[in-house]
Design a protein around this ligand. Structure first.
Ligand code: DGT
Ligand code: CA
Ligand code: CA
Ligand code: ZN
Length: 579
């Protein structure tokens, strides 16, 4: 059995126990074990053979024993017995957004439904609305959720794919001395929020040796295709990786071609044709049959009279036109980021202390970090009361005596409650250095209701940023019905910033809305929303998303110095209070 198969079964066991109403900790333990096995860099068999299964995080004696049974026999008795209580088909109902364990159980017990298709049919014929606790509205939501499931694909998040690709390249470089150049290509180089497969490119005079080394890497589970210039493999976590090896003289053309996007490449070929050139993955060809090869990617663009176009822009969204007229944006770069405006500590649901988060931010070269712990009404996240907030202020003040090159700011992630009210009164908010306001509850309200909530927050003078405005969770939850057009307009009018939340499953705002917002002069805040020190580094994914939205440094609030940031808040509060 592969890592993925074992992880799938453990996850399903967690879901079954959840539907059966078993102990929460047990449910979480199975899900956590499944996740950690998916993220293992090597075959789980290796841990088993050396008797080290319990070294995998989240795996104790009981789960280790079950993994051993699966690896030895290819089956798991516990799992088979559980299926007598909950058929696997019932578990599959949890894939529908808004269908939790209780609803899945209800659909199964009351109507005997055991597949998404059966639930869809029942919803279309109007049967679901008659179930206790459901009704016509829930029925419509379930149908909309099923449509979302149909649209959903197997794409993985940028944050999952990126470190895996870096790891593979490092491992490959260590294994093979015949490599001249390596690069990530495809959607991963363009930093799309989700990735279909990882594309790697190597320049080498000895392709066979490189591909042999690649197929032998520890992360590789199975070679799916091996040709003379391309090898496709599947990793233990199920990810597909394509490696292409080419000779160094054609590196530039190949890198350009395999970075895509396909739509960008089509436009580029059209432009080439107008200039009497045909462009392939190897070279340009002139009408007279002679070739122009490009060892560097910039030469490809240069040949067509263009400046080099950053990969994040290559989506056929007007970038070639902008390049032709000398109007490409000067995209924001990581060195321009001076701080992070959204992070949590163990005062609410974070895992680390104020001091640890601060030191980690300082080590990244930041001037400031805003601590924005959750507020009182978000009980699941140990939200802070005004009293606790005052205690935290004392700790923050004391810590700030440590540094003369770094400042910890006190903020909060203010709950925008279901009725649109804010979780603190203005006098509490006025004492804070910075306020991020977010929606975490009742995300399924209709468009008017949820948009009104966000507008209410935007119109409060003490709210600096709206956090993760769409509420989407990639692969898990669609965005809320909030009308982002209206939100962006109101942000422009009130001078409030909008967040690009960098958690890989969020990347919210997305690239399209970043472009709309900055086009109206709205500032964006690229925030990590870190819950532990390592989480601060996710900011690079938000940065990439902002770049995909054509953002320049001047569009980004956290490129400001501390003084500029303070002045920005004070000016806005004054203006909004008078408005
Ligand atoms: P993905 O994997 O779905 O996230 O998206 P990409 O863009 O990585 O697509 P992929 O892996 O199929 O191919 C990588 C790049 O190679 C793609 O962005 C452009 C180039 N490419 C691949 N196949 C074709 C093709 O049939 N026509 C053109 N023009 N380009 C292609
Ligand atoms: Ca790809
Ligand atoms: Ca590919
Ligand atoms: Zn947060």
């Amino acid at each position: 059995m592969t890592n993925r198969e074992i992880a799938d079964i453990l996850k399903r066991i967690g879901d079954m126990l959840d539907i059966l109403g078993e102990n929460r900790f047990k449910v979480i333990a199975y899900r956590r074990a499944a996740e950690n096995i998916m993220n293992l860099g090597r075959d789980i068999r290796e841990y088993w053979v050396s008797g080290n299964l319990e070294e995998i995080p989240g795996i104790g004696a009981a789960i280790a024993e079950k993994i051993e049974e699966m690896l030895t026999t290819g089956r798991l008795e516990f799992y088979e017995r559980l299926q007598d209580d909950v058929p696997v088909g019932v578990v599959s109902l949890l894939e529908i957004p808004d269908v939790g364990p209780k609803t899945a159980k209800l659909l199964w017990e009351e109507l005997g439904l055991q597949s998404v298709a059966e639930v869809e049919a029942a919803a279309r014929s109007g049967v679901l609305r008659s179930l206790p606790g459901l009704g016509a509205k829930s029925e419509a939501k379930i149908l909309a959720g099923i449509e979302a499931v149909h649209r959903r694909s197997d794409r993985i998040s940028l944050g999952t794919a990126w470190p895996v690709a870096q790891d593979l390249l490092q491992a490959l470089l260590a294994e093979s001395s015949e490599i001249v150049e390596v690069a990530v290509a495809g959607s991963l180089r363009r930093m799309r929020s989700t990735i279909g497969d990882i594309d790697l490119l190597v320049a080498s005079e000895a392709p066979a040796a490189v591909m042999r080394a690649f197929a032998g890497l520890a992360r590789v589970s199975e070679v799916m295709l091996s040709g003379s210039t391309k090898t496709s493999v599947r990793l233990h976590n199920g990810l597909q990786v394509d490696l292409r090896v080419l000779d160094p003289g054609h590196w530039g053309t190949a890198l350009q071609y395999f970075t895509g996007s396909q739509a960008h490449n089509v436009r580029l070929r059209e432009l080439a044709q107008k200039q009497g050139l045909s462009l392939s993955e190897y070279a340009f060809k002139r009408d007279d049959g002679s070739e122009v090869t490009c060892a560097q990617e910039a030469e490809v663009y240069q040949t067509l009279g263009l400046p080099w176009i950053p990969p994040e822009l290559r989506e056929d969204r007007g970038e070639i036109q902008a390049a032709l007229s000398g109007e490409l944006p000067r995209l924001v770069e990581s060195q321009a980021i001076r701080g992070d405006l959204h992070a949590h500590t163990d005062w609410s649901d974070g895992a680390a202390t104020l001091a640890d988060m601060a030191e980690a931010a300082r080590a990244l070269g930041y001037q400031y970090l805003v601590i924005s712990d959750h507020t009182q009404s978000l009980g699941v996240a140990q939200g802070l009361t005004p009293d606790r907030l005052a205690e935290q202020r004392a700790d923050i003040d004391a810590l700030n005596a440590r540094w003369d090159d770094f400042t910890l700011l006190q903020g909060c992630e203010l709950e925008i409650k279901a009725d649109g009210d804010l979780d603190f009164e203005d006098d509490v908010l006025a004492r804070l250095d910075f306020v991020v306001a977010s929606v975490h509850t009742s995300l399924r309200q209709d468009p008017e209701q949820i948009t009104r909530r966000v507008l209410n927050a935007l119109h409060n003078p003490y709210v600096d940023v709206i956090g993760h405005p769409s509420g989407r969770l990639l692969g898990q939850r669609e965005e809320s019905a909030v009308d982002l057009g209206t939100v962006i307009q109101a942000a422009a009018e009130t001078g409030t910033a909008l967040e690009v939340n960098s958690i890989p499953a969020r990347l919210d705002l997305d690239d399209i809305h970043v472009r709309r917002a900055t086009g109206l002069g709205v500032k964006i805040a690229i925030n990590s929303d870190a819950h532990h020190p390592g989480g601060l580094e996710n900011l690079s994914y938000g940065l990439a998303t902002a770049r995909r939205g054509w953002a320049e440094a001047t569009d980004v609030l956290n490129t400001f110095t501390l003084d500029e940031l303070r002045a920005w808040r004070q000016t806005r509060i004054a203006r909004q209070s008078n408005a």
